[in-house]
Write a protein that binds this ligand. Structure first.
Ligand code: FE2
Length: 405
């Protein structure tokens, strides 16, 4: 939910007759938390409730998926840069980390979206477009997104994602519930506060209704793949099921560019929670963006901009490295995912703490996720893990070790 919006034709009141070309339209209420929370109401030419066939479906590494049997307590490094481009926005999805609240996946496409549409019946999704933009085509209309945008797609939204380049890379968070603006960034009336790290204007919304177009959507049967309970099913329709005449409400996809996030800097180091961007049940998503760093300077006593060693005893922490000065960190490269679990402390690699004193900026760009339940690796993640990472803090003679979070 960002703010109320309306597209196309909607009647004056909820739940009253509404026609197009003499035909009574079908109202569909997309409601959250039963009927007690946010909602949108859509008006369809033909009800999307008459699928004539339902079949099972599988995307290996995505659904069904399960964690590895045994996961020793380690700091971990998952080399997603080693994943091959394969499939489209749906068939190319691979889950790497999971718990009951959130799943973290990577999509590296090799082809445009196929004819199948997808909706996640388990929770909201947050896509991060690593290297290029594209178009999200959903029941709420067309939403263009750019490189390094987050795209939030509400639970239950049928969509296809069309990257502008066939080969595209995405980080995807899949919530077991919702993903939203943290409560502390809203005032009592729901408006984003003036001291939040972004404002309403930073969010981009669908711009064009989804109407049936034979040249774009074909003649059917139309396939809708639904994820629910860690499995996929394909629902087939004779007619295009999402010919939407209009809708209004506050549930719909939005795009937000990570560089529109307004970072904070203190005189001395502020905790990682100042980077919070979105929140779900049991996890937060944070944005590390280029910024000035801590500037306390009192003679010989100066701020240390490099993060202190920490044991955030209730959180697992993952970082997805995008661009910036982390490349000198041992073994870490763009697209790396590090997992620093609760139970063991973590901190800067040797040498980096000292070298940070006196620096005034950082160019790092990374996406972080903190979870309150332990994250488990999938078999797929296990196959691309750098098994030496946990020991990379051991200072060996004549070995230079560089930057850190
Ligand atoms: Fe940390």
């Amino acid at each position: 939910m960002i703010h109320y919006m309306r597209m196309g034709s909607v009647p004056k009141k909820h739940h009253v007759t509404h026609h197009e070309d003499g035909k009574l339209l079908m109202e569909q209420c997309m409601t959250r938390v039963g009927f007690d929370s946010t909602y949108s109401i859509l008006y369809y030419q033909t009800p999307p409730t008459d699928e004539f066939k339902v079949k099972s479906f599988e995307v290996k590494g995505f659904a069904p998926v399960k964690p590895i049997d045994e996961q020793l307590l380690h700091r971990r490094h998952i080399r997603t840069q080693d994943i091959k481009h394969e499939g489209d926005f749906l068939t190319g999805r691979r889950t790497v980390l999971m718990n009951d609240d959130v799943r973290v996946g990577i999509v590296k496409t090799s082809e445009p979206a196929g004819d199948a549409w997808f909706s996640n019946g388990e929770g909201d999704e947050c896509w991060f477009a690593y290297d290029g933009g594209g178009v999200l085509e959903s029941v709420y209309g067309t939403l263009s997104f750019g490189r390094q945008d987050y795209v939030i797609i509400p639970k239950g939204t049928p969509y296809r994602l069309h990257p502008e380049n066939a080969k595209a890379t995405f980080l995807v968070f899949e919530s077991a519930t919702y993903i939203d603006v943290p409560k502390q960034f809203r005032n009592e009336n729901g408006q984003i506060t003036m001291d939040a790290p972004y404002c309403h204007r930073d969010f981009r919304v669908p711009t064009e209704l989804l109407r049936y177009d034979k040249s774009k959507h074909g003649e059917g049967p139309f396939k809708h793949v639904v994820k629910y309970s860690n499995q996929l099913s394909v629902h087939e329709y004779e007619h295009f099921p999402w010919d939407v005449v209009g809708w209004d409400g506050v549930v719909y996809p939005v795009a937000f560019n990570i560089k529109d996030y307004q970072p904070r800097t203190g005189t001395i180091h502020l905790p990682p929670t100042i980077h919070i961007t979105f929140a779900g049940r049991g996890f937060i998503i944070c944005s590390f963006v280029p910024r000035k760093v801590d500037y306390y300077n009192n003679g010989d006593v100066k701020a240390i901009p490099c993060p202190y060693g920490h044991a955030s005893v209730d959180c697992d922490e993952i970082l997805y490295y995008v661009e910036g000065n982390f490349t000198s960190r041992k073994g870490i490269d763009s697209q790396s995912i590090s997992l620093h679990p609760m139970g063991v402390p973590h901190g800067p690699h040797p040498g980096t703490y000292e070298r940070s004193v006196g620096t005034d900026t950082t160019s790092e760009l990374a996406v972080m996720c903190d979870t309150f339940k332990p994250l488990k690796m999938t078999q797929f993640a296990d196959s691309i893990e750098d098994k030496e990472y946990h020991y990379s803090w051991v200072r060996r003679e004549n070995e230079a070790m560089e930057t850190s979070k």
